[in-house]
Design a binder for this molecule. Structure first.
Ligand code: TYD
Length: 132
């Protein structure tokens, strides 16, 4: 069990004349079965969200509009920043990554999630996360 975050480059089907379609299917572009989809919007660009990790949840994040910046930190304290600035890319986040997220004013974040919403799956204290 040594999963790492990575950027997914979805195929862009179409052309600049017609526009594009990108597709995410379970166990294909998405390395899990999708149980839940949620989206966030209208986050002011001076607000940082996240500040938690998940015990079991895996996610794919797509900025379907706007620009979204993810800072991911692993349990050893290693930080990496991922910038989502095109709807043709996604960010895979395995379980047990602390995240801090900022958004452009027009950003819409789409999340494909491997689990239903379970409140007890969240770790909201960084020290508890590091000790988990
Ligand atoms: P949360 O995941 O805590 O977002 P952030 O850490 O970025 O602020 O979600 C915010 C609120 O939305 C929280 O009260 C729980 C609720 N929520 C659900 O009820 N179901 C869901 O699937 C999600 C993602 C959040």
């Amino acid at each position: 069990k040594n999963k790492k975050p990575y950027i997914i480059e979805f195929d862009s089907i179409g052309s600049s004349e017609l526009g594009y379609i990108s597709v995410a299917e379970a166990q294909k572009q998405v390395p899990f079965d999708i149980k839940r989809v949620y989206w966030t919007y209208f986050t002011p660009n001076n607000v940082q969200r996240g500040h938690h990790a998940h015990k079991n949840l895996q996610q794919i994040i797509v900025a379907v509009s706007g620009v979204i910046e993810f800072k991911l930190t692993d349990k050893l304290g290693f930080e990496q920043v991922y910038i989502l600035n095109t709807p043709s890319k996604g960010l895979y986040i395995p379980e047990l990554y602390w995240r801090e997220i900022s958004f452009s004013h027009n950003a819409v974040l789409l999340c494909l999630a491997s689990e239903f919403y379970i409140k007890s799956d969240y770790i909201r204290n960084f020290q508890k996360f590091k000790n988990h």
